[in-house]
Design a binder for this molecule. Structure first.
Ligand code: SF4
Length: 401
């Protein structure tokens, strides 16, 4: 498919909306009550520090809702205002946050059902309104909804669209897009749908494997098996790694994306000579500012003396998981939770260790004075952070009483 031409024609259609509908004032109240927090504002105003009794809370300088998420949620709420009686669907969680998604359900926004890993769009009729989430939707989904005669409200974050444009540039020059991301993540699924040839690498280790293959060849069958779900149809590692461009899922660890970019730049330089680099390698900076700021703030917070770290965000949120990785690298005891309710009575916490299932840890809050580092992913409202801090303060206060 000529994805560029399709997007252009979609953008001209009267059924396509990618801005709000002018109801900012009506939704501002809901946004404020549901997502903002006076306590968090107070902590921000106090150099990101709060001292109460035996507890010192240290908040990361940058955390929580990014503007792309805030924008997507506001547009989704405006959509309900603008189309009060139409059926409204969303192709996926608008963002990876349970409270936001529940709020949408309460507003009678339906989620497209998923059967055996496949979305069932048969529920959507002509004239229905369909919201595309902040991390976008595949071009095939957009086409299907357009063909059905739906009204499409596209809340895709402009940073994500920037990556799609990069992939279009790779395609134009017949480059294979090497995408640093999780091949199953909705954003990467969407990004790869714009590519002609692509290969998704999860981390530096996988990138090194590919680099090695480019430089020295290797076991083709092993390559094919290793990346079986992570490349475009018909991809051939012996033919399709001569010209590569770098793209990324916007929420990956920025330092790793940078290292992967440099690795492929060096690889192509070694293989084809520095004078031919431009014919074999392309890279644009597509790391999102918000992801970068949150990771930088976390890197600086973990330099302080902390007794433990709380990382708050959806369990399937990539940027939240990366924040937790930073704490783990520093060997700080860290707990990833998705809402305040995971903090249980009796000094227990239900949390998700990296790469593992939920567990309950007992006695997680140490006795005596403690310093707790707190951060949250780009899709976590301040209200959730406030509720979490309140629970910690209440538990420590109760322990002293
Ligand atoms: S994390 Fe970045 S790319 Fe993702 S929605 Fe927020 S601003 Fe956009």
């Amino acid at each position: 498919m000529d994805t560029k031409a399709f997007k252009r024609s979609l953008q001209q259609s009267e059924n396509y909306h990618r801005k709000g509908f002018g109801h900012e004032a009506e939704v501002a109240g809901v946004m404020q009550t549901a997502y903002q927090s006076s306590l968090i504002q107070e902590i921000r105003d106090n150099n990101s520090r709060l001292e109460r009794g035996a507890v010192t809370i240290r908040l990361a300088e940058a955390f929580g809702f990014c503007w792309g998420v805030e924008r997507a949620v506001a547009i989704a709420y405006e959509t309900r205002q603008h189309f009060p009686s139409e059926r409204i669907w969303i192709t996926n969680e608008i963002i990876h946050n349970p409270s936001v998604n529940q709020h949408l359900r309460d507003m009678e926004v339906g989620f497209i059902p998923v059967e055996k890993g496949q979305k069932d769009f048969s529920v959507v009729d002509s004239g229905d309104v369909v919201i595309l989430p902040a991390f976008g939707a595949s071009v095939q989904e957009m086409q299907l909804l357009n063909d059905k005669g739906c009204k499409i409200v596209d809340t895709t974050c402009p940073w994500v669209s920037k990556v799609w444009n990069t992939v279009e540039k790779h395609k134009k020059r017949d480059y294979t897009s090497i995408i640093h991301g999780q091949y199953k993540h909705e954003e990467t699924v969407a990004t790869s749908s714009f590519a002609d040839k692509y290969l998704v690498v999860l981390n530096l280790q996988e990138a090194e494997y590919v680099s090695n293959y480019i430089l020295h060849g290797g076991d083709r069958d092993e390559f094919i098996a290793k990346f079986s779900k992570a490349y475009s149809a018909g991809f051939d590692p012996d033919l399709d790694l001569e010209r590569v461009g770098i793209a990324n899922q916007t929420t990956m660890l920025k330092t790793e994306t940078e290292k992967i970019g440099k690795l492929f730049e060096k690889t192509m330089m070694r293989k084809f000579g520095p004078e031919n680099l431009n014919e074999h390698f392309q890279s644009f900076n597509t790391i999102c500012d918000a992801t970068q700021e949150r990771q930088d703030a976390m890197l600086s917070l973990v330099e302080e003396k902390l007794d433990l770290m709380l990382v708050i965000g959806g369990f399937n949120s990539s940027n939240t998981t990366h924040l937790q990785e930073i704490a783990i690298d520093k060997t700080i005891p860290s707990y990833h939770i998705d809402c305040a309710e995971r903090i249980l009575p009796g000094n227990r916490i239900e949390h998700k260790p990296l790469g593992a299932d939920l567990v309950v840890t007992e006695g997680w809050l140490p006795d005596g004075k403690i310093v707790v580092g707190v951060t949250s992913g780009a899709s976590t409202p301040d209200k959730v952070v406030e509720d979490t801090i309140d629970r910690i303060l209440a538990m420590k206060a109760a322990a002293v009483a």
